[in-house]
Design a protein around this ligand. Structure first.
Ligand SMILES: [Mn+2]
Length: 437
């Protein structure tokens, strides 16, 4: 069969995988269908998926993990859905790499699970919702007869899966319920996984959540009410030889070396400009984790932030040389002292004409933090626009103006506000998703 592993002789030196090794490729946060402003990321995703197919063949990967946020939204554009299925189909035709996909907080679990039965015979297992019986989310790989690895495929655990909201709960109470719920799910997942195979078979867990002490970028959407669902890395039982996480977009370990965020393969926002991107090869042999290797993902399109003053904008751009790249770099220019009425975007766009970069936006750099007085008449248009896109901040500024508010009252109000927003977002997301009957 063309493209079968044995025939990839040209790569055989590089690809030498030790015998009796089960090799996993850990990825997450693809965010297919993502826009940056009005700009589609489709071409970057095309390049990434092309590169990924090559890497899987070259490194003889046995299992690809996507640890949540396959799509950027619950109702992704058809082009993104096509991208996903074309990739799975090409991967299948290229060899016998299996796939485990779990839902992230951006995915619609129902949407992701809908084609589950048709994907199963193609070697793709999809877990959208956490099942009542955890055994249903435990997968023996490559198969039940000859397990080399058991994956407890834990998806994003939603707020409503973890607790029953009650009026008047404090932040501490909510936090305790959420983290207790998450810990319990992982404890039962490890027990169910262990029952599938003898002790000599290693266990791997997936997850889409926040582990305390890790670094976030700007592009992750708050996952549980007020960020209260963050757990310590000790939430994952010792029984797991590796924990493949998604949600945070920077690659990093979470407490222990074996608990990892792979990060997003492409920079999703200007907050990730210049960040290193990678996916992780994880080898299992002799019943345990043998090695981990980071594979750097090439930068297909650099995202760059430039800081300047309005008088120097033209000069800054004329002197700017983008790094060599496949696709033209995208720039965000932060102007320290924007003058109202001056169309800096137009000036910047004119400078960029005919050169190997595009200016996506010009913003006012935030030299002062947006505090109470920023809402006064001194606020610039850009600052006001920034504020409007941040309801939590507006609410906080409104509370600043409330006389005689105790810190306890304030905490309760902020929590209630956050909870309402969260419910509203969830409702919007399920309204976006196709009806399930
Ligand atoms: Mn994400």
């Amino acid at each position: 069969m063309p493209g079968k592993r044995g025939e990839l002789k040209h790569d055989s030196m590089k690809a030498s995988k030790p015998t009796a090794t089960f090799r996993v490729l850990h990825t997450a946060d693809w965010h297919l269908g993502k826009l940056l402003g009005d700009n589609s990321r489709e071409v970057e995703h095309v390049r990434f998926l092309e590169w990924l197919l090559g890497a899987i063949a070259e490194h003889q990967v046995d299992l690809l993990i996507i640890a949540g946020d396959v799509f950027d939204s619950a109702n992704p554009p058809q082009t993104a859905v096509t991208q996903y299925y074309s990739f799975l189909s090409r991967l299948r035709r290229a060899g016998d790499c299996q796939v485990v996909v779990v839902a992230g907080n951006h995915d619609s679990p129902a949407h992701l699970e809908a084609p589950r039965e048709i994907l199963k015979p193609l070697g793709v297992e999809v877990i959208g919702f956490w099942p009542e019986d955890p055994a249903q989310a435990c997968i023996a790989l490559p198969g039940r007869q000859n397990p080399a690895l058991i994956v407890a495929a834990v998806p994003f655990l939603r707020d409503r899966d973890l607790r029953v909201g009650a009026a008047g709960q404090s932040a501490t109470e909510i936090q305790q319920e959420l983290t207790r719920g998450i810990r319990e799910r992982y404890a039962s997942a490890s027990l169910a996984a262990r029952e599938l195979a003898p002790d000599s078979v290693p266990l791997l867990a997936t997850g889409h959540l926040t582990v305390t002490g890790c670094t976030s970028a700007e592009s992750e959407r708050e996952i549980h009410i007020g960020g209260l669902g963050a757990v310590g890395s000790d939430a994952f039982p010792e029984a797991f030889a590796y924990v493949a996480l998604g949600h945070l977009h920077r690659p990093q370990k979470a407490g222990r070396e074996i608990i990892r965020y792979s990060g997003s393969p492409i920079p999703l926002s200007f907050g990730e400009a210049g960040d290193h991107k990678e996916v992780r090869l994880v080898d299992f042999a002799g019943g345990k984790l043998q090695a981990q290797t980071a594979l750097s993902v090439p930068v297909f399109r650099p995202l760059i932030r430039l800081a300047t003053r309005h008088a120097e904008l033209k000069q800054t751009l004329e002197q700017f040389a983008p790094p060599a790249s496949d696709l033209p770099a995208w720039l965000e220019i932060a102007v320290e002292d924007p003058v109202p009425g001056e169309n800096l975007y137009e000036i910047a766009r004119d400078c960029a004409a005919g050169r190997n970069y595009e200016v996506l936006r010009v913003v006012a750099s935030r030299t002062q933090p947006l505090a109470g007085p920023a809402l006064g008449e001194k606020a610039s248009f850009e600052e006001a626009a920034d504020l409007l896109s941040n309801p939590a901040q507006i609410f906080s500024l409104r509370l600043d103006q409330e006389p005689g508010l105790t810190p306890e009252d304030r905490e309760q109000l902020v929590l209630a506000f956050t909870e309402l927003r969260h419910l509203h977002q969830e409702r919007q997301r399920s309204a976006d998703a196709p009806a399930v009957s």
